[in-house]
Write a protein that binds this ligand. Structure first.
Ligand code: NCD
Length: 318
């Protein structure tokens, strides 16, 4: 393996942060750093997936994740096929497993899946012969987002997350991004603060190894990084917040609230952002504070790393 750091990466799928060991994560982040260099991304030597096929199967909307897997796959030399679910037989009532069987017959080497149901990518991974990558499943996990966030922080803060205090704020209840990030940040040694209204904090949160706060002023104290989350209205069955305006007043990140955190605190957001609901434009667009653009750049690099590592692991095992 060209990128090996001495530890054999043997994972065949990328379904959840919990499946990875610390050395697995180090392998992916180190390879991700390698791919951050645009000249490396675009060089012929990076075409390690030439002759391989990647299918993007997105049952939920996506801009960043879908496109970055497409770009990552192409830069590695793979044939990338986008399955537009809106135009596929899924809309005619085909079940997930029938769709999987059809796609499997096309022999893709990799299947990138986003689905509204938790566990759908894991189920598919048992039915297809290629690698399955979870690009977000319901409220469960979004492992590649957590990895790209860690890569982004490694770029600016360095490799050691010990002693780092990170706040994750907003709609924790519906957020697969939060669930993956909490596991990864805990594994890397950071201290995690969750901040949100009681209605948007899950009941089992005491098992997550985090500190929970219901107001920004206390929760943001001493935080080096502030991750904001979108209010996932599409996953809400009732009214979880009185109004967007009131939510912004208490939990929207503006300069006043950011001042509660460390004086050099950095801000992240997985996107898509709702400006004026969870974050002010003033903060989101300030390049001295906001890492949002860098998160998108890291997204391509880490997805190249994941595709490369899974493909090598599979080749070694077959
Ligand atoms: C997130 C998602 O889809 O889970 N977006 C993303 O992948 N960048 C977060 C969100 O939709 O709010």
């Amino acid at each position: 393996m060209a990128f090996s750091n001495g530890y054999p990466f043997t994972q065949r799928h990328c379904l959840s942060i919990s499946q990875f060991s610390r050395p697995d994560i180090e392998t992916l982040l180190t390879l991700g750093e390698h791919y951050l260099d645009l000249s490396v991304q675009k060089s012929g030597e990076s075409k390690v997936l030439t002759g391989k096929t990647l299918i993007n199967l997105f049952f939920e909307n996506s801009t960043r994740t879908e496109k970055s897997f497409e770009v990552a796959g192409r830069r590695l030399g793979a044939d990338v096929i986008g399955m537009a679910v809106a135009h596929s037989s899924v809309k005619k009532g085909e079940t997930l497993l029938d769709t999987a069987a059809t796609l499997n017959a096309m022999n893709p080497d990799m299947l990138v899946v986003r689905h509204g149901t938790s566990g759908a990518p894991a189920l598919l991974s048992q039915k297809v012969s290629g690698s399955v990558i979870n690009a977000g499943d319901g409220m469960h996990e979004h492992p590649t987002q957590a990895l790209l966030d860690a890569l982004t922080l490694r770029r600016v803060i360095g490799g050691d997350f010990g002693g780092l205090r990170i706040a994750i704020c907003g709609d924790i209840l519906h957020s697969r991004v939060a669930r993956s990030n909490i596991q990864l940040l805990n594994m890397l040694g950071a201290e995690v603060h969750l901040i949100g209204p009681p209605t948007l904090i899950p009941a089992n949160v005491d098992r997550w190894g985090t500190n929970v706060f219901h107001d920004m002023e206390t929760g943001l104290q001493g935080c080096d990084v502030v991750m904001m989350l979108r209010l996932q209205l599409e996953r809400m069955s009732g009214a979880f917040v009185p109004s967007k305006r009131e939510y912004y007043h208490y939990y929207g990140l503006d300069r006043t609230k950011l001042a509660y955190a460390s004086s050099d605190a950095l801000v992240m957001h997985p996107g898509p952002m709702n400006r004026g609901v969870e974050i002010s434009s003033d903060i989101a667009d300030d390049p001295g504070i906001s890492l949002i653009t860098q998160q998108v750049e890291s997204g391509i690099a880490i997805r190249m790393a994941i595709l490369h590592a899974l493909s090598d692991a599979r080749d070694m095992q077959s």
